[in-house]
Design a protein around this ligand. Structure first.
Ligand code: PLP
Length: 463
């Protein structure tokens, strides 16, 4: 067919819009967006005709399909749900902790209505946003006072600024950690206005190192949990109990960044060596801080708990306004903490805890169920249940692997890397793991309700 004739017969904008507009996938796409997509599609078709890429008549249906695809893409949220098949429970890139339904419901209630964010129903006037979680945190950790801020990095900064500005804070060289590429203890300290007094060496710090560093400018001793790495071999740190004794003798507060917010017995989660805020406070730490969205399993937040004298200094500090927690996070945090009032409920309802606690027997059953849900396409891929290991992630429990069972997929005609990429491009993206040129789907982080969707994605990828 002649180019001119094909061009003359290119469908009209209105006809393509009419053919496309009733597509189910376009419910959240405005008419204007669809119209723009149609115009763009017709433009590119016109170019393809001129360049000779298209040599036959273009139908309305063809143009409408292209426009629908483009409009769906345009209407899709950037921040959206994915299926985490990696087995990494606290995957920082995938949003760390997944919230329980009751917590999500509480966010919704607070979000859609006026609320008591800074209002006291007793007084009929101004209240404090700290009140909503303070007594819960105190109850769960044994602290005298508490507050929550935007994240743990902010909590550390506020703590150091309030207690140590223009003075020295002593910290072990073995604990000058970097977490997640953007949180570096030395840098946070210098931003806080406190001066870092490093003691000990990378692998060994002893009580004498702290004692010798104390002088009239010292404001506090700081301990930082080395969340995301492990020192092994010839190494020593000073336990919090010993630091508390040194602090007491010198009349100095001891601050402790415990990192993960573990609130249940770590053994229940298959985790060793994670400090808890409660234990740290019981050991005499004056202030502890930790994340809301690591082993606590709640929203992104930073929690500070400890002696009222110091927490009050932090509440009054100017930084507190800069790093303050927003109402939706607070709604989520309060609901999460309330679940912890009943420990058994926490293990069942909080996905982070349930996923970590899942044992091998349980995971084998789930892997078999997932395998059974997958389409059978022996000429495209083979699949089997295999023993494997999953990670805690989120800079918690470094080097500790959780025994697991996975569904291992061996593609026939494409590489595992290609299959992994295609899974990511599905309507509901599935994020999988590759190991030795096989694709692994780890049921530890795939919710039961997602098996169908995973099966659909696998069918599409190999179809
Ligand atoms: C994760 C972590 C932080 C940073 O916490 P965010 O909530 O991610 O800001 C700080 N300190 C320690 C020890 C951590 O493990």
């Amino acid at each position: 067919m002649e180019k001119q004739e094909i061009l003359r017969n290119i469908p009209r904008v209105d006809d393509v819009i009419n053919a496309a507009r009733h597509d189910d996938g376009l419910k959240n796409v405005s008419y204007a967006t669809l119209a723009e997509c149609v115009r763009n599609v017709l433009d590119s078709i016109r170019k393809d005709v001129l360049s000779g890429k298209i040599t036959a008549e273009v139908t309305v249906g063809y143009a409408a399909d292209m426009a629908v695809r483009a409009a769906r893409e345009a209407g899709r949220h950037n921040l959206r749900a994915v299926i985490n098949a990696t087995g990494v429970v606290l995957h920082t890139n995938l949003g760390r902790a997944v919230l329980p339904p009751s917590v999500a419901e509480n966010i919704k209630q607070v979000a859609m209505q006026y609320n008591t964010l800074e209002y006291s129903l007793d007084e009929g006037g101004r209240g404090s946003r700290h009140d909503h979680v303070e007594s819960l945190i105190c109850k769960l950790t044994g602290a005298e006072a508490a507050m929550a801020v935007n994240n743990n990095a902010a909590a550390v900064m506020l703590m150091l600024a309030a207690v140590g500005k223009d003075r020295e804070i002593i910290v072990s060289r073995g604990e000058l950690v970097e977490i997640g590429g953007s949180f570096r203890v030395p840098e946070i300290m210098s931003m806080s206005g406190a001066r870092l007094k490093e003691v000990g060496t990378t692998n060994k710090t002893n009580p004498g190192d702290y004692k010798n560093a104390v002088n009239e400018n010292t404001a506090a001793l700081l301990k930082v949990h080395t969340s995301n790495f492990k020192l092994v071999g010839f190494c020593d740190d000073v336990k919090i109990e010993e630091m508390v004794a040194i602090g007491k003798a010198a009349g100095l507060p001891v601050l402790y960044d415990v990192g993960s917010g573990l609130m249940v017995d770590g053994a229940l989660l298959g985790i060793q060596n994670e400090p808890s805020a409660k234990d740290a406070l019981a050991a005499g730490a004056d202030v502890v801080c930790f994340s809301g969205d690591k082993l606590l399993g709640g929203p992104q937040a930073g929690i500070l708990a400890g002696k009222k004298k110091y927490i009050d200094m932090m509440k009054k500090h100017q930084f507190a306004r800069v790093v303050r927690i927003d109402k939706l996070t607070l709604a989520a945090l309060e609901a999460t903490l309330r679940i912890y009032l009943d420990g058994d409920r926490a293990m069942k309802e909080i996905p982070t805890l349930a996923n970590l606690a899942a044992d091998k027997t349980d995971l084998r059953v789930r892997a078999k169920k997932l395998l059974a849900a997958l389409p059978s396409m022996p000429d495209k891929f083979t699949a089997a249940v295999k023993a494997s290991e999953s990670q805690v992630g989120g800079g918690s429990a470094p080097g500790e692997m959780l025994p697991s069972f996975v569904v291992q997929i061996t593609p026939v005609a494409i590489s595992a890397a290609e299959a992994e990429k295609r899974l990511r491009e599905c309507e509901t993206p599935v994020i999988a793991r590759i190991h030795q040129d096989k694709l692994l789907l780890d049921p530890r982080t795939i919710f039961d309700s997602q098996y169908k969707e995973v099966a659909k994605a696998v069918g599409k990828v190999f179809g």
